[in-house]
Design a protein around this ligand. Structure first.
Ligand SMILES: Cc1cc2nc3c(=O)[nH]c(=O)nc-3n(C[C@H](O)[C@H](O)[C@H](O)COP(=O)(O)O)c2cc1C
Length: 419
């Protein structure tokens, strides 16, 4: 019999994130799936974000007692139950009703942070009151800077811990695959309209009872009635500000007293500038291959960035993380934590909140297994000596295994005593 992945629509049957993705593809209309899935231009960066993980091999230790294991980390002085969190993804309400809330609740239940997108379909205030947990807020700096000011005030009132400012989208990426689903802006092709009709479950979850979701968080930016997709799309396009620069980050730093995280850094120089601007953290990110196609992957620049600024600010990254082993590799290269984009969004599309819980559970289980198989009992023990990455990491001189040496000495002593 030919090997094949699970062919159904029950997310509980998914063994891994890739299988959740396949379930998601069947559960939501093509145009929704493509909104999540696609990258920009030829999707070279999208592919690179995944292929990089295959270049990095593990170098496990053996015969180490790993019967007690933990994957808890510390993030900004507080414990977090896993080395990953849910990153910002806009318009999640398109995939399931109240998609942002489902993501936030699953993150809260798992004890990990959730970053609400600026382009969310639920307002920050409502999400915080209904989800609980550790909610961070993502911001795009629009031309109308009063929007950022107002958002910062709202965040202060809610005692939000961290503001994530995304810096890679001042010019919108060229997402051709997404556009191909539309005959003209915001009007689906006939083929896609027919495809929607093949998804009654989605129609009765998202479309019929509630209508096309709105950009609930952009209220202060959009004129009355503009928060519909059509209104917002043109307003946001006008609001994108290609003049964005580091002075704006300094301005934001003065405005916002909480943790400030710059998302979209991709060089050591920019990471140093983020430190100089008083940022508390950075996210190395190419926006999941949705912005500059041909850009390097975050994993490739992580070692040099972690070496340069690690310890001076929190180093996080995203892009292509689909396996616990990917996350463990990032930790071994010096990352503090990983942000998930599509991995949990697939869970959302495949099964709502329970689907996100499943995605997190899969990744937590995988991280735990991989850490144990490497011969570690917690993530702080990981370093580059657990990896081989030709062309990127020097091959270390042989050192022996301290954990394995100790019992060998005792064995030889036992033999001496016996003789
Ligand atoms: C559907 C979708 C929507 C996104 N929306 C946002 C957003 O509103 N703000 C933002 O900073 N990044 C956004 N991103 C980028 C993600 O935060 C993250 O950088 C990227 O998804 C990571 O790559 P991965 O999906 O391969 O994990 C979005 C990504 C996707 C897939």
């Amino acid at each position: 019999m030919k090997r094949r992945l699970y062919q159904g629509t029950d997310f509980r049957r998914a063994q891994n994130i890739d299988e959740l993705r396949a379930v998601a593809r069947r559960r939501v209309p093509n145009f929704c799936f493509e909104y999540v899935e696609g990258g920009s231009d030829d999707e070279v960066t999208l592919k690179r974000n995944r292929s990089v993980f295959e270049e990095i091999a593990f170098v496990p230790r053996t015969l180490v007692d790993v019967s007690k294991r933990s994957q808890t980390i510390e993030l900004f002085g507080k414990p977090s139950a896993a080395p990953f969190m849910i990153g910002p993804t806009g318009f999640s309400g398109l995939l399931t009703h109240e998609g942002d809330l489902a993501l936030a609740r699953a993150a809260a239940a798992a004890g990990i942070p959730y970053v609400l997108s600026n382009a969310s379909t639920m307002r920050l205030e409502e999400l915080v009151s209904r989800a609980g947990g550790r909610v961070w807020m993502q911001l795009y700096l629009y031309r109308t800077r009063a929007f950022a000011k107002a958002l910062v005030e709202r965040m202060k009132a809610l005692d939000i811990e961290a503001l994530v400012v995304t810096t890679d989208s001042a010019i919108f990426g060229n997402r051709e695959w997404d556009r191909r689903n539309y005959a003209r802006p915001l009007t689906l092709t006939l083929r896609n309209k027919l495809d929607v009709l093949m998804h009654p479950r989605w129609i009765f979850d998202v479309l019929v009872p509630h209508g096309v979701p709105h950009f609930a968080n952009l209220g202060d930016l959009l004129k009355p009635g503009q928060d519909s997709v059509r209104g917002a799309a043109s307003a946001i396009a006008d609001e994108l500000d290609a003049s964005l620069n580091w002075a704006d980050i300094r301005w934001l730093r003065d405005l916002w007293p909480g943790k400030l995280i710059v998302k979209g850094v991709m060089t050591v120089e920019d990471a140093e500038t983020a430190v100089a601007c008083g940022a508390d953290g950075i996210v190395l990110s190419n926006h999941g291959g949705r912005q500059l196609d041909g850009a390097i992957s975050s994993m490739e620049i992580l070692p040099e960035v972690a070496a340069a600024v690690g310890g001076r600010l929190t180093v996080m990254l995203d892009g292509g993380f689909r396996r616990g082993s990917d996350i463990v590799k990032a930790r071994a290269l010096g990352a503090d934590a990983v942000l998930l984009g599509r991995a949990t969004t697939y869970g959302l599309a495949a099964g709502g909140e329970a689907g996100v819980v499943r995605a997190i559970d899969i990744l937590k289980t995988e991280v735990d297994r991989v850490v144990g198989l490497l011969g570690c009992s917690d993530l702080s023990q990981l370093d580059t000596s657990y990896l081989r990455w030709p062309g990127h990491l020097p091959v270390p001189a042989p050192q022996g295994n301290p954990a394995a040496r100790a019992p060998r000495i005792e064995l030889s002593k036992q033999k001496e005593a016996q003789s």
